[in-house]
Structures are given as C-alpha cells and as structure tokens.
Design a protein around this ligand. Sequence first.
Ligand code: ZN
Ligand code: ZN
Length: 413
Amino acid sequence: MTGRRTAVLLILDGLGDRPVKELGGKTPLQAAKTPVMDRLTKEGQSGLMNVIGPGITPGSDAAHLSLFGYDPVGCYPGRGPLEALGAGLASKPGDVAFRANFGTIDSDFVVTDRRAGRTFSREEHEALEKALSGIEIDGVRVHFVATVEHRGALVLEGNGLSGEITETDPHETGLKVLESRPLNKDAKKTAEIVNKLVHLSHNRLKDLDLNKEREKRGLPPANILLLRGPGQHREIPTLQERYGIKAAVIAGGSLYIGTAKYIGMEHVPVEGQTGTIDTNFDNIAAKSIEVISSDFDYVFIHIKATDNASHDGNAKEKVLAIERTDKMLGKIVEAVGKDIVIAVTGDHTTPLSVGEHTCDPVPALLWSSFMRPDATQAFSEIDAADGSLHTLRGMDIMPLLLGYAGYIGKMGA
Ligand code: ZN
Ligand code: ZN
C-alpha cells in the first residue's frame, strides 16, 4: 500500500554484553567495526531495552514473543510447542508438545546414554520416524519428527489434553526414565498417555534392525524417546489478526522459526542459513532484500552466532559475528533502505564473562530514512544509554516499528 514501508526486525541473539578485558575493557559491540550500525544510529534513534522486564533474565523464546509485541506472561506456551512448529510439525491450539531425544536404556529402564550416541544418518532418522508413526493412545494421535542428531519433536493431538505435566527425561545417566506426573487433576489423562507412550516407544524401537546395526558398530541403540519441555499450544491472536500484517521469518534455528510461526509468521528458508558463525550471510542478505521487496509487511531476521560465541566465551568470534552481520545489514540498507523501517537489537544480554543469559538491558536502534535523529553517534550498550528512546520494554519495539511503517492508525479524531 502507498505510504507504507516494510517493518524489519534484525535480532543478534545474545548481543548485549559487559566490558571485556580481552577487548581492552570494551564490549564486543564497541570493539567490533560496525560502520553500518553506527551510521543508522547517527541518523536514527537508540536506547536501552529490558526485553521482558527490568531484572528479568530472558530465555530466547519468551524474549522473542516480547519482541513480537506479545506479553510472554500469558502467551508463552513452553518450549515444546515452539520446537515442534520449528521442526515443521503441525500443532494447533489444544495440542501438547515436547522436545524429544532418542536415548538408550537398559532392561531396568535405567538411562545409559541420554543421546543414544548422538550421531544418526538420514536413513536412521527415517527408519525411527517410521517405527514411531501411526500411534494412537486413548483417542490421542501422536506425531513425531526427528530433527538434528538425537533430537526431535513430538505432538499429542486430541481433546482434553493438558501441558501441566512433568517430563520423562531424567537429565542424567544412571537414573530411571521418569514417570510423567500431572501437576493438577485435569492433567491426569495426559500424564497417563505420556507414560503409555514412553513404554510403547521402547517396544517399537528396541528390536529394530538399525539398532542391531548400531550395536555392531559400537554405537548405543536408540531404544527410547525421552521427553522434555512439555507445553500446550495456546489460542492467541496472530499478527495478521492483531495488526493486519503479513509477516515473514528468516532464521536458522528451529526455536526461532517455531516461535515466529506460533504467532503467524511464514518461514522463508535460506540456502546455507545455519545459526552458526558459518551461516551464509550473503544469502540471508539477498533473501531479505527479496522478501522486503515482495508483499510482506514485516520481516524478522535472526542471527544466532553472537549468542553461541557468548556461551562459548569466545570474544573474537562474537566480534566477528557482529561485523559480519553489519556487512549483511549494509547490503540490505543499500538495496531497500528507502522502503524500510528497521530495528536492530538483541533478545537478551549474554556476557562473555558469564557464558549465560543475564538481566542487563540490551542496546536497540531504530532507523528509517525519514526519522528524527538523536545525538547518539555509535551503536553500543554504553552509547545507547544516551539515546532518545531511553529505556524501552521489548514489547515496545513492535508498535514502534509498525507505527513508523504506517500500520497503526490514528487514535481519536
Ligand atoms: Zn537468545
Ligand atoms: Zn543463549
């Protein structure tokens, strides 16, 4: 529509940091050469953002819901449904989903390997999926998909289910597979189905030819499904319903794809996008430009490498990930800058010195070619404290982007 621009949200996962000794007391964002982000900061506005709320350490999934304008308190369904959607399973309100692992147990149901040796070929994945297909327990249908290595996702589809149950993965070897317990009386049926499913998975997997082959090669058999992160898919309004916008997600990690799909975004795959430092930044730039130029109103672009580097305590790699993202951003702005309103920020702080997420606010910048600039000259945690956006909440980013892009109408006459 005329007068409207495409709203773009670029997230560098775990972007925020603290001063790093190895970087001369600078944060990675200060140390990195980021001519594009600095230019956009000069021409636009910046601030610091508490993604979920002051003092709250965000998990990536809840943080992203907040950045998409949804209050995670009330909207966050648990990890399972988001992973299931990201893995390409159909999941709808009422369904209960889990993250799943192939594991190895002995005859007493004691876990001897939580990852069943970790490596699986495509053929093995297919054989395991086939062995677990067509399961129905007490009127509830079970859908499973294998994803990467020993991982997968599982959806229970049926009536009267509840996500208020405990997981079956003991998270340690040498312990028995846990019984799923209901956390309230409405969840009793679901816990019973899950416990039946765990035994059924063992019966269907334990004698498979592929497991005999694995044992011959010295690999542990994949003879059970271990389930964790249960959650129930909730009925929440999509972005289309809330704002009338058509939204796309460009991401490598299944959790981000799933979280975006949960609120109605369409996944646009990019060749070579992996969620690591080796992700194909050129292809992400090219695809972003293509999507921005099409009929999408909103595009979410996710870069995971910054968070990986933080968890690994690798300062050099975090700086490199920021610099590569800056170059990618440069290509996008050069090609379609006149057509977009963009926010660049992180979903939380992951200090290199901590290796885990913390509650420190993250820097955020908002830019479009028509925007009133503030006095901030560079994009960093330190500079952003002086920006005109001041202290934002994560939930403010969506209305800011959509307001400037022309998707939010006037209030009042
Ligand atoms: Zn994150
Ligand atoms: Zn993380």
